[in-house]
Structures are given as structure tokens and as C-alpha cells.
Unconditional design. Structure first.
Length: 100
């Protein structure tokens, strides 16, 4: 769990976007994005890393689900920008699964 976990959870409850600063898997440079917080999946005792999921909005309801490992998150910050999760199609195929 990241030290800014409560900010992430509160943003979900308040339906507010967050500012996330994270390192990419491809490189170690940090980038900052404004995203919609979706959900958090703890790994538990499996020795892996927890993941946070965000909606990267492009235009309107179009966008991508972004998975970020806890270890790659530098900071999660609050914004006052609202988002409405109604209408977002996160899973278009019932057979879809998340693999780490």
C-alpha cells in the first residue's frame, strides 16, 4: 500500500481526479498525469507488488486503464476536478482478466 493510499481512496469516494507522479516500467523517469482513480488490488503475501488502477482520459469517455505498481508511484495528489464514472466501459469482454 502506498503512503498516499488514503488520498486515492478519498478521491474515489468524492469522485475527484488525482494527480499521479510515477515511474514508467520502460524507464525510470517520472511522469505526472491527471487521472481518474478506479480501484486498488493488494497482492497480499504472494511476494508481488500491489497495483493501483487509473482511467487515463483522452476525450470524453474514451481512454485507457492504467495499472501502476505501488513501487513505481512517487506521489498521489488531490485535485478539485470532478469525474463521473457512470458510462465508463472498463471491461468490454466478460472473459477479460488482469494478469501481473
Amino acid at each position: 500500500m502506498h503512503r498516499d493510499h488514503e488520498i486515492f481512496i478519498q478521491a474515489i469516494k468524492d469522485r475527484k481526479k488525482v494527480l499521479i507522479k510515477h515511474r514508467s516500467e520502460k524507464g525510470r523517469d517520472a511522469s505526472t498525469k491527471v487521472c481518474c482513480p478506479l480501484f486498488y488490488i493488494p497482492v497480499g503475501d504472494k511476494g508481488g507488488c500491489d497495483h493501483y488502477y487509473f482511467w487515463e482520459e483522452e476525450k470524453g469517455l474514451k481512454g485507457n486503464v492504467m495499472s501502476v505498481k505501488t513501487d513505481d508511484i512517487v506521489q498521489i495528489g488531490q485535485t478539485h476536478e470532478p469525474f463521473d464514472p457512470v458510462g465508463l466501459t472498463l471491461v468490454s469482454n466478460e472473459d477479460m482478466s488482469f494478469e501481473h
